[in-house]
Design a binder for this molecule. Structure first.
Ligand code: NAD
Ligand code: WQD
Length: 335
């Protein structure tokens, strides 16, 4: 019999890829999402890929009544928890919104899980939990803490909460720390298309390509990196999600309690390299200017994905060119 999973935030960028991958891997998924940063069109995109519409509850994970109704209506084997707000700048302007949405929302979810004896969870954490002073590459043993924004702090708090639940309440937790997700499902039917001015580099570059924004601002060219611009570890979202399926399957073994994994490629790409890679894919020059460093940024971040490779048998497989091409396909089809 198929196992049923609750997918919080399943209409979002990463969550929608998660729904498609878990459904394809023979799980039944049930989505809860309040659409605060996503569009119902993504549900139809998933329907087009799968040939049927996944089960969807529109609502907020802070709503205990709704969560109770969902847990009463389904027998879950586990939860894949993507729901959360993720804009670093916004979190500095509205810290309480982030603590309320991310921490309180997750707390309500964990309470409901405990009440219904659903104890397996895959959690979307982030590279942002690592202390900025660490040497690169970041490993799972690198120091965490010293977060520079409330968003990162909420992720750290939730990691600690989940570790407590694993140690003292029988939870099994796969804590996945994503580096910089890019790319899209090859169908071009699901991706993210942030409204307004995007924070992240790739959506910004594509909006410049599409003429929605005049030029890319490159935030600093005086870092100690290959060309002075910021270097990040860009991981394809479909590969990232394959890591979730592997991690979930590992929890069949109940000895697995709380484990953190870096999900990244293990290689850095600079902002100028990224612009030039996109130019090759789209066949057009992308205008850019060099500006001041962005507050809170660090020069170079990439991970060692060796632990996930050794223990989950997972590694990234998609080339950056393919990731960029898939994102571009989506952008062209949907703008
Ligand atoms: P996203 O905004 O596209 O998706 C998050 C989804 O959660 C959205 O559909 C949103 O509507 C929903 N949501 C938010 N708060 C909710 C609430 N209280 N109740 C119900 N639904 C709610 O973001 P994403 O890029 O898909 O990120 C998914 C997860 O991965 C997040 O937890 C994020 O912090 C984490 N993460 C993302 C990145 C990244 O760069 N995209 C990197 C590291 C970690
Ligand atoms: C990448 C590089 C910028 C935009 C953020 C969050 C992190 C995680 C992923 C959730 C940097 C440069 C960017 C632009 C630029 N999210 N840049 N011009 O900052 O590595 O990580 O998203 O967990 O928590 O902080 O990603 O895409 O914003 O930036 O020059 O217009 O591109 O300085 O070097 P970042 P990003």
């Amino acid at each position: 019999m198929k196992k049923t999973l609750l997918i919080t935030g399943g209409i979002g960028y990463i969550g929608s890829h998660g729904v498609v991958a878990f459904e394809t891997a023979w799980y039944e998924t049930v989505i809860v999402d309040n659409l605060c940063n996503s569009s119902i069109q993504t549900l139809y995109g998933m329907e087009a890929i799968l040939g049927y519409r996944p089960k969807f509850y529109e609502g907020d994970i802070r709503n205990t009544e709704l969560l109770t109704q969902i847990f009463e209506s389904h027998t879950f084997d586990g939860v894949i928890h993507f729901a959360g707000l993720k804009a670093v700048g916004e979190s500095c302007e509205q810290p309480l919104l982030y603590h309320d949405n991310n921490v309180k929302g997750s707390l309500e979810l964990f309470k409901c899980m405990q009440r219904y004896q659903v104890k397996k969870i895959v959690f979307s954490s982030s590279a942002t939990v690592y202390h900025p002073g660490n040497l690169i590459p970041f490993t799972e043993e690198s120091r965490v803490g010293g977060t520079t924004n409330p968003y990162g702090t909420t992720k750290l708090i939730l990691e600690q909460m989940l570790e407590d639940l694993a140690l003292h309440a029988g939870f099994q937790v796969m804590n996945l720390r994503y580096f910089n997700p890019v790319g899209a499902h090859e169908s071009g039917k699901i991706w993210e298309n942030p409204q307004g001015i995007p924070n992240n580099l790739l959506p910004y570059i594509l909006k410049v390509w599409g003429g929605e924004l005049p030029q890319v601002s490159v935030f600093g060219d005086d870092y100690d990196t290959i060309d002075g611009t910021g270097v990040r570890d860009y991981i394809d979202v479909v590969d990232l999600i394959a890591g979730h399926v592997r991690a979930y399957e590992r929890m069949d073994d109940s000895r697995w309690k709380f484990t953190s994994y870096n999900l990244g490629v293990g290689r850095g790409i600079s902002v100028l390299e990224m612009i030039s890679l996109v130019e090759k894919v789209v066949g057009k020059k992308i205008p850019y200017i060099i500006t001041e460093r962005r507050r809170g940024d660090i020069g170079e971040v990439y991970c060692s994905p060796e632990k996930a490779r050794g223990e989950l048998g997972w590694k990234s497989e998609t080339s950056i060119e393919t990731s960029l091409k898939n994102s571009w396909n989506y952008y062209v089809a949907n703008s």
